[in-house]
Design a protein around this ligand. Structure first.
Ligand SMILES: *Cc1c(COP(=O)(O)O)cnc(C)c1O
Length: 424
């Protein structure tokens, strides 16, 4: 028995499923998850001493690679002054000023502790500001595990508010309407079904939780127009895309101005941080200025702010990071595509900059329904083979691969060799 297996045996007795977040379980794979001891650059090391090239990157935060020296040092330094005060600190002001001065659509921002909290709070603010209740989301888009967002409807059929999870009362989701990604008509239909009642449309500007599904030409522009026509706010959930596609996230990358954005993952550099922000008049609805209540004992925690701000400052000072990530993406995902083409295999490889997904389907993947045509058994086999070759992918067909600046050309070549070996 490996150490990971032994730890997993202990874990399942005291932690549901043995993990503190279900995405870590190897449920789809039928093995014990690898328990990680440490990580450095593009590598993670499990407790049995195995080294893997890591394409999870903590689900995005490690855009500069694991254990980035400047971030580690900022955390050590900040911790010497105390871990938390529950009082206002200078670094929170610096963080807010830094974000607002470099991201034009963020005029004010509030820090929270996770992406889930960011979305939950943004939706509350949007409802408070508009005085409306309905929220339009897209099937296959994940916005954290807040009750109102645990609806995917799971097919092209537009339904109103059927919860995905036990324990979510129908009442919590009856104002959540589900549209089809990349299908503006589905949004228009919902707007017509609930005229003047839609507070906001929330979208992952690049779908990255049903595998990677980029927006088709005109989709985000169309959402902007539909929101304007219907007096609804447009919320970009940039928890993955923020500071990744560009410093200003997908909004900058595609040139669309959302009314609100949510952040997580990269903004904390590995510490538990989320944030929501947007137009000043919306954010001034939030307590203690306005009537929308939202709070947090550890929000804006000085250690977390030190880590996050160091990462953001580095990214801003090194804009070439984004060209570099795009090049690495082209090398890795383009290389994988070439291998599959050469073999004449019917797979889909969706990718944009550092994000990519290999779908085990012959159908073009442009929404949740097409993503779900993937053969997850085939994926599990591929995952296991890659793991055996020292490559650590997310243990699910419906997650993205995350490249960091620490993934060198040699490491990308090594990955392509493993992919080639598998498909030959
Ligand atoms: C990860 C994620 C969330 C939730 O963030 P947590 O920090 O896990 O709560 C929300 N939205 C998107 C797009 C995400 O990828």
């Amino acid at each position: 028995m490996t150490k990971s297996e032994a730890l997993f045996e202990r874990a399942v007795k005291r932690i549901p499923g043995g993990v503190n977040s279900p995405v870590r379980a190897y449920g789809a794979i039928g093995e014990a998850p690898r328990f990680i001891d440490r990580a450095d650059g593009c590598y993670i090391y499990d407790v049995d001493g195995n080294r893997y090239i890591d394409y999870i990157d903590s689900w995005g935060p490690m855009i500069l690679g694991h254990n980035f020296p400047a971030i580690r040092e900022s955390v050590v330094k900040a911790s010497e002054k105390g871990l938390s005060f529950g009082c206002a600190t200078e670094i929170e002001v610096e963080m807010a000023e830094f974000i607002c001065s470099h991201i034009p659509h963020v005029e004010m921002v509030r820090m929270v502790n996770s992406g889930t909290e960011a979305v939950m709070s943004a939706i509350r603010a949007a409802r408070g500001f508009t005085g409306k209740n309905k929220i339009v989301k897209f099937a296959g888009c994940y916005h954290g595990h807040t009750d109102a967002m645990l609806v995917s409807a799971g097919s092209g059929v537009m339904t109103s508010g059927v919860p995905d999870s036990a324990g979510v009362p129908k009442g919590c989701t009856e104002d959540t309407m589900t549209a089809v990604y990349n299908d503006l008509n589905s949004v228009k239909t919902l707007m017509e079904q609930a005229p003047g009642q839609v507070a906001a449309v929330i979208v992952e500007p690049v779908g990255a939780n049903m595998g990677v599904v980029p927006p088709e030409e005109g989709f985000l522009e169309g959402l902007r127009a539909l929101c304007d026509e219907n007096g609804a706010l447009l919320i970009f959930d940039e928890v993955i895309t923020g500071f990744r596609l560009a410093f200003g996230g997908a909004a900058e990358y595609f040139g669309i101005r959302p009314d609100m954005v949510t952040y997580g993952k990269i903004i904390g550099a590995g510490m538990p941080v989320g944030a929501y922000g947007g137009r000043r008049e919306i954010m001034e609805m939030v307590a203690p200025v306005g009537a929308v209540y939202q709070a947090g004992t550890l929000s804006g925690n000085p250690i977390a702010m030190a880590a996050g701000l160091t990462q953001l400052k580095y990214l801003f000072a090194h804009p070439e990071t984004y060209t570099l990530l795009a090049e690495k993406g082209e090398k890795l995902y383009g290389g994988m595509e070439d291998i599959l083409k050469e073999k004449g295999l019917g797979y889909q490889l969706n990718h944009i900059s550092s994000l990519g997904s290999l779908f085990f389907t012959e159908q073009q993947v442009k929404d949740y329904t097409s993503a779900k045509t993937s053969d997850t058994t085939a994926f599990a086999d591929y995952f296991k083979a890659m793991l055996k070759n020292g490559i650590h992918l997310a243990p699910s067909q419906f997650e993205a691969m995350f490249l960091s600046v620490a993934h060198t050309d040699a490491v990308i070549e090594e990955t392509l060799d493993a992919v080639r070996k598998y498909f030959v």
